[in-house]
Ligand binder design. Structure first.
Ligand code: PRX
Length: 665
């Protein structure tokens, strides 16, 4: 039986409860459930007053707002919209003249273990100089800039510098392909790309700049005037004259001061592409004011961040987690954070634990997939078990990106948290900007496998297709009934898709549909996320659309006639990609099938990125279709899981195909 099925069963019978310890509760910003409930009540009774108070307290405004929420053009909600501020000033300048200015902002550990660090004051200088460098290249407010960088201080500096001059960044994860980069450059209409010659991961030097060149060469990128290259390694790279400049060249002689450009609260701070249920990724557009408020507030609420904390979020800046909890939140909160370039298994699978000991990390935030793979490694090699390191600095643990199975939760709790650290299982999405349903470490009794309760002011509910509330215990669709400050503002250039994807007419057009299924427990009303209800997969916490992978497969026009992609549960990665493929030639078997499958995997890696490579590829002469030609995906999902088909197949045009597809190559 698969692990995910196990997970569901064990969550259903999950009755372990872990109330906050006195240590976690004492001194917490939100101490005890009474405090949490009081905040929820305040948000309910005076919704706008609540957010107004938070926004005034937590952000520095160059021009104060007078309007809190504008609902005149639903679902295009506007927050604090006549106010002006700058995101970078709220992360850096605001600490100058306070004790934080000389505090370490970032401790950087490189792939090879070298450590460097930078204070808030010095980070402000670095960001200001780079912001001036961007200006010297003609980049300014409203321009879009693609960032394709490794996990480095420079990656954070690039994001902050864009924010400082009011340019909208769009970070593309360094594992995405030239084609993915090309599509994003075109969709965003970007004027520049900021990249590095190479990135270092797991002892290997992997190219970035040459992929940018390939992406631009695919065509349609005439908007790109400049490519800025951070020379991460000494290895040579190919320079395109007139377009490419190194960091050193553009930083030469730049002033260390750069006044932050004030922007309206609704000015797009960034666009981040994520997968949806069609082939084309969505450019999720976030605001400056509401987003920054959330980044700072959730650092305080969810992580209860304190001045002496060392915070470490292991996410890459290419994902939303790396935006909110690396590039913006920790800095807005004035925290010291660790930024890590490498991978958890290099040079050994005890690297995370070793780094926690070395940097005295007190808040550690990672993904269930990483935990599961490190459990596996520790089970097979005692030497990399967390018990070999001193993890007593830890105070709070976090989990993000996918459901954490109770077994992994318990292991994390015992072996990493020493049974002392609360685990915050944070549910959120690229679209929500930050945590929306999560335990609070000093308040919420924890139940393994549950993200527990919504943050104050988040009106989360579980409803049926018509938007009707369902009782606790009944599974349905997760929605958020009222807007919140850090919510997605638009899909870049596609307002119709924004409305259709997130605010269905059947629910009144003003309720945010998360795209996840969920159920609330009968006793506590705790939320448990049961997984996506659309055609989005979650592989190791990375979001991919089935249609996106199908489009990539059928783009191999010399070989593939048709393809259907589904997810199946996987012990390690949560979900795995399973592709059913019809070739233009006869169905291959044996070694030939293996060979073609390998070829197709490489092809998908080239089209999207290695994370999108299907784990299983099965060949058929056809796909199971209804008489009207619709592919029956639920049957494919059963086949992918290795389940016997018990569903009604009488509407199927070609039932015999099921047997063929059930055979593994
Ligand atoms: O299915 C949910 C899952 O990840 C999806 C969002 O993916 P993305 O936009 O890439 O953002 C990931 C990082 C926030 C959600 O729709 N998900 C995220 N967190 C959890 C989760 N599923 C269960 N439990 C979580 N804590």
């Amino acid at each position: 039986m698969s692990n995910a099925t196990n997970t569901i069963e064990s969550v259903l019978v999950e009755n372990r409860v872990f109330p906050p310890s006195d240590a976690a509760r004492n001194g917490a910003r939100i101490a005890g459930m009474e405090a949490y409930e009081a905040l929820c009540k305040e948000a309910e009774t005076d919704f706008e007053g609540f957010w107004s108070r938070q926004a005034k307290e937590k952000l520095n405004w160059t021009k104060p707002f007078t309007r809190v929420l504008d609902e005149s053009n639903v679902p295009f909600y506007r927050w604090f919209d006549d106010g002006e501020l700058n995101a970078s000033a709220n992360c850096l300048d605001r600490h100058i003249g306070t004790p934080v200015e000389n505090k370490t902002a970032i401790v950087f550990e490189a792939d090879d273990g070298q450590v460097s660090s930078i204070t808030y004051k010095d980070l402000l200088v670095r960001v200001s100089q780079f912001a001036n460098a961007l200006k010297s290249q003609g980049i300014g407010k409203g321009d879009r800039v693609i960032i394709y960088m490794p996990m480095t201080i420079e990656g954070v500096v690039a994001m902050q510098a864009c924010a400082r001059i009011g340019a909208t960044h769009s970070v593309v994860f360094g594992g995405f392909s030239a084609k993915a980069l090309n599509e994003r450059i075109i969709d965003a209409g970007a004027v520049a790309v900021i990249t590095a010659n190479f990135q270092l991961r797991g002892g290997k030097e992997l190219p970035l700049k040459s992929i940018v060149d390939d992406g631009i060469a695919l065509g349609g990128c005439e908007s790109i005037k400049t490519v800025l290259v951070y020379e991460r390694t000494l290895s040579p790279w190919n320079r395109v004259e007139g377009r490419d400049r190194t960091f050193a060249e553009v930083l030469e002689g730049q002033n260390i001061h750069c006044p932050p450009t004030a922007v309206g609260a609704e000015h797009p701070l960034f666009i981040l592409y994520t997968s949806g249920s069609t082939g084309k990724p969505k450019g999720v557009q976030h605001s400056t004011g509401g987003y920054m408020l959330w980044a700072r507030m959730t650092m305080e609420w969810t992580f209860d961040i304190r001045p002496e904390d060392v915070f470490w979020c292991t996410a890459d800046i290419g994902w939303i987690t790396g935006h909110t909890y690396v590039a913006y939140g920790p800095l807005a909160a004035g925290a010291t954070q660790v930024v890590f370039e490498g991978v958890p298994t290099f040079p050994h699978a005890g690297r995370f634990w070793q780094m926690i000991e070395k940097h005295k990390v007190s808040i550690f935030y990672t993904a269930p997939t990483a935990i599961r793979s490190l459990i596996k490694a520790a089970d097979s090699d005692e030497k990399v078990h967390p018990k070999n390191w001193d993890l007593s600095s830890l105070r709070i643990l976090g989990s993000v990106g996918e459901p954490i199975n109770p077994e992994a939760w318990m292991w994390y709790h015992r072996n990493v948290g020493g049974e002392r650290c609360p685990i915050v299982d944070t549910f959120w999405q690229t679209e929500t900007g930050g945590h929306v349903i999560t335990p609070l470490p000093g308040a919420t009794p924890l139940v393994p496998g549950s993200c527990t309760l919504p943050l104050p002011g988040i009106m989360a509910a579980i409803v049926d297709e018509t938007g009707k509330d369902l009782p606790n215990g009944a599974g349905g669709m997760l929605v958020i009934k009222r807007p919140w400050p850090s919510m997605i503002r638009n899909i870049w250039g596609d307002p119709e898709r924004f409305k259709k994807s997130y605010f269905p007419e059947e629910m009144g057009g003003n309720v945010y549909l998360a795209g996840d299924g969920a159920v609330r427990s009968a006793d506590r009303g705790y939320f448990r996320i049961t997984g996506r209800i659309d055609d989005v997969l979650n592989i190791s916490g990375h979001r991919l659309g089935t249609m996106e992978i199908e489009s990539a497969l059928v783009a191999k026009t010399d070989l593939v006639a048709e393809a259907a992609v589904v997810g199946r549960p996987d012990d390690l990665t949560g979900e795995a990609i399973c592709a059913f493929v019809v070739l233009k030639r006869s169905r291959p078997t044996g070694d030939e099938a293996k060979q073609i499958a390998a070829q197709l995997r490489d092809w998908v890696a080239k089209e999207i990125g290695p994370i999108a490579k299907p784990k299983d590829i099965r060949f058929g002469e056809n796909l199971p279709k209804t008489r009207s030609g619709k592919i029956m995906r639920r049957l494919l999902r059963s086949i992918a899981k290795g389940e016997a088909i018990t569903q009604d197949v009488s509407t199927l045009e070609n039932p015999a195909i099921l047997d063929q597809l059930s055979q593994t190559n």
